[in-house]
Ligand binder design. Structure first.
Ligand code: GLU
Length: 374
């Protein structure tokens, strides 16, 4: 028995590779997809937030446009992705709607997760969707991503999404049931590794030598995804996705490799924030706001006395009480000019002061770390 129970997790990212979704004729394998939708709906009904990172746009679109994927130019692949993404998302929407689950499409490029300003935009969209119990269906925005600026494989994209939404588990559905000490395709006596506590050189070299049958990823990108996710406090599971209801199979004791996360997503996010050395400015707050922060609230404009420095949305600012002591740091939601304009504003005055509908928080509580003072 693997001992893995997905219902222990509260925010789950599931990554599905093209090879699982597409049948021999290049069409969406509806039967398999509907079986996975049963798994997703069960976790969702039990209260978990579920996000799907689904590949398959290029594979499906190549069939409808008559493009030979293996010989296609980048532009042709992008056209295929554009046609295929519609069909892919429709398939997910239909399969989950049968269970009363609403879906939404999110297309991302690396910039959206690596650049802190765009990271905040993407994070707030996901937060709103999850609050409304929607299952986001995510893919790379292949029509604008070019070779130099793409994730290229959805393993890494899924790990970045897991980090962005502070998921506590990432499940990579694959055509193998986990990591082996040697490539199982060449060595029948290869031993399965049920759990990896540290991703060290030996794990990397095993992964580097192990190819998966299809898909752009292979084992190396899965291990790289596990590294990104576990550092962000999100455990990662590689398991077999080829059979029907693969998540139920995992819960029933199906083989997998678990990469256990160090710490929780919230603790890891705060550690990352605390480690950022360059602070772009200062937000001076009143004692009411300081007390609210200590209770776990976000920093709202109403508690801001003044701002200093030169910062943009997504920069790290230092949060200082009027007496001058720095009490914490966080990613700021507004530029210096907008933050200055908002100082002291109640939430219902934000739009009138800015001239556009802004965000409620100046620093969101997920992007805030408070220092412990004796
Ligand atoms: N974004 C690509 C697609 O939807 C897949 C990338 C990958 O293979 O992981 O076809």
């Amino acid at each position: 028995m693997s001992g893995i129970r997905l219902d222990r997790y509260s925010r789950i990212v599931i990554k599905i590779g093209s090879s699982l979704l597409i049948d021999e004729s290049g069409k969406t394998d509806t039967r398999w997809l509907e079986s996975l939708a049963i798994d997703v709906a069960r976790l969702h009904a039990a209260g978990a937030d579920v996000l799907i990172v689904s590949s398959g746009a290029i594979a499906i679109g190549s069939v409808s446009l008559g493009i030979d994927r293996r010989r296609a130019r980048l532009g042709e692949l992008q056209a295929a992705a554009s046609a295929g993404q519609m069909l892919l998302v429709n398939a997910w929407t239909a399969a989950l709607a049968r269970h009363g689950v609403v879906t939404a499409q999110v297309l991302l490029t690396p910039d959206d997760t690596e650049n802190r300003r765009r990271f905040l935009n993407a994070r707030s969209t996901f937060a709103e969707l999850l609050k409304r119990r929607v299952v986001p269906v995510v893919n790379e925005n292949d029509t604008v991503a070019t070779d130099e600026i793409r994730y290229g494989d959805n393993d890494r994209l899924a790990a970045r999404v897991a980090q962005l939404v502070m998921a506590d588990v990432l499940v990579l559905l694959s055509d193998v049931d986990g990591l082996y000490d040697r490539d199982p395709r060449g060595s029948p006596d290869a031993r399965h590794i049920p759990e990896v506590t540290t991703i060290n050189e030996s794990i990397e070299s095993i992964a580097g030598e192990t190819r998966t049958a299809t898909g752009s990823g292979g084992m190396a990108t899965k291990v790289e995804a596990a590294r990104i996710a576990t550092r962000a406090g999100c455990s990662t599971i590689i398991t077999l996705g080829t059979g029907e209801q693969p998540l139920a199979a995992l819960d029933a004791g199906g083989r997998s490799t678990l990469f256990r996360a160090a710490g929780t997503p919230a603790a890891q996010r705060k550690q990352w924030l605390a480690g950022i050395l360059s602070v772009a400015g200062k937000v001076v707050i009143d004692s009411g706001a300081a007390a609210a922060l200590a209770r776990g609230s976000s920093l709202l404009p109403v508690g801001v006395v003044r701002v200093e420095g030169d910062f943009d949305r997504g920069d790290v600012v230092s949060i200082v009480v009027e007496a001058g002591q720095e009490i914490g740091r966080g990613l700021v939601e507004y530029s210096l000019a907008d933050a200055a304009c908002l100082a002291g504003a109640r939430s219902n005055e934000i739009e009138a002061r800015l001239g556009y509908r802004g965000r409620t928080a100046l620093v969101h509580r997920d992007e805030l770390v408070l220092f412990q003072h004796e």
